[in-house]
Ligand binder design. Sequence first.
Ligand code: CA
Length: 404
Amino acid sequence: MTAATWLAIAQDSPFGVHNLPYGVFSTADRPGRRIGVRIGEFVLDAGAAARAAGAPSVLLDADTLNPLLAAGRPTWAEVRAGLTAWLTDEAYRSALGPLLVPLADAVLHLPFEVADYVDFYSSEHHAVNVGRIFRPGAEPLTPNWKHLPIGYHGRAGTVVVSGTPVVRPHGQRKAPADAAPGFGPTRRLDIEAEVGFVVGTPSALGTPVPLDGFREHVFGVCLVNDWSARDIQAWEYVPLGPFLGKSFATSVSPWVVPLEALEHARVAPPARDTEPLPYLDDRAGDPWGLDIALEIRLNGHPVSHPPFATMYWTAAQQLAQMTANGASLRTGDLYASGTVSGPDPQTRGSLIELTWNGEEPLKLPDGTTRAYLENDDEVTITATAPGPDGTRIGFGEVTGRILP
Ligand code: CA
């Protein structure tokens, strides 16, 4: 049974003491950034709470999560146990009550300094859909797809927090019928609904991280929107993969849900029909399928419900793949799952799939249609997962509005 908090929050809040995601916030009267923990519709000033509780506060007295991320799994567990005790033991109420800031008064910042950014491509349904659209008549999955989690290294410096506007990028694009490429604003601006994994503990150069190192190295989980300019991408991606069609912006949710909060969300990954090589073989171990239910809203209207539980490759397999060559992990590395698409049309995680490359535009309740994003459109991705005792774990949201 999960202990109850002394704070007045909704009984069914996805941000109860069973969750306690970490972020970085400031307020109008105190513009300095500090670590916050979300509880209900409040943000607890975590560094001040540690001081008030007489606990070591140095990792929580920071303007970014990176020192906490670097501290490692035993410390993460200690800090979480402390926060849980402070928010459930009535004895802390008078000291901590004044340190709670209404969420509406908090400005939420990028919660950690992003070291390297990697993006995978691990939904079979997404890969098959995109293969059919980009390479009609050919086998939709490339021959390597079921042997390794495919990914690319993205641009860490353009990872932005939810709420940051996204300026429509310019670039080269050339439709198959065009004689020559042109340069201008993308006409096919898209989203990709993904789940992101935040690396805490670094690894040594030359030493791969095995599947069972996932829990030791990964601190927590956030939501990601991998904005994508499809016309730029289609012209530039052969033979080296995504480049400027994606590097202009990647949005993340402001809350990092600790891995520990997701124990009840663990599920078996889907059945796989190809024998994995030993370093990716999780069948005898402790596979990391996660039952995270995503929702995509376009200008407030739900347009899709991608199920993360259907991902072919797990985050543990992605971490093993990312380090199989001995590449080292750094604190603050972020890797994203790849677009989450389920088997049904209404569970697809990108507009290119939802509209079949614009051929079947979405009809919105306001009477307008969308093939791709228009200026001033706003996209929001939210998610929940099962928590203990029938509760839900909330991830908050990642949102962005398109500027010309
Ligand atoms: Ca992606």
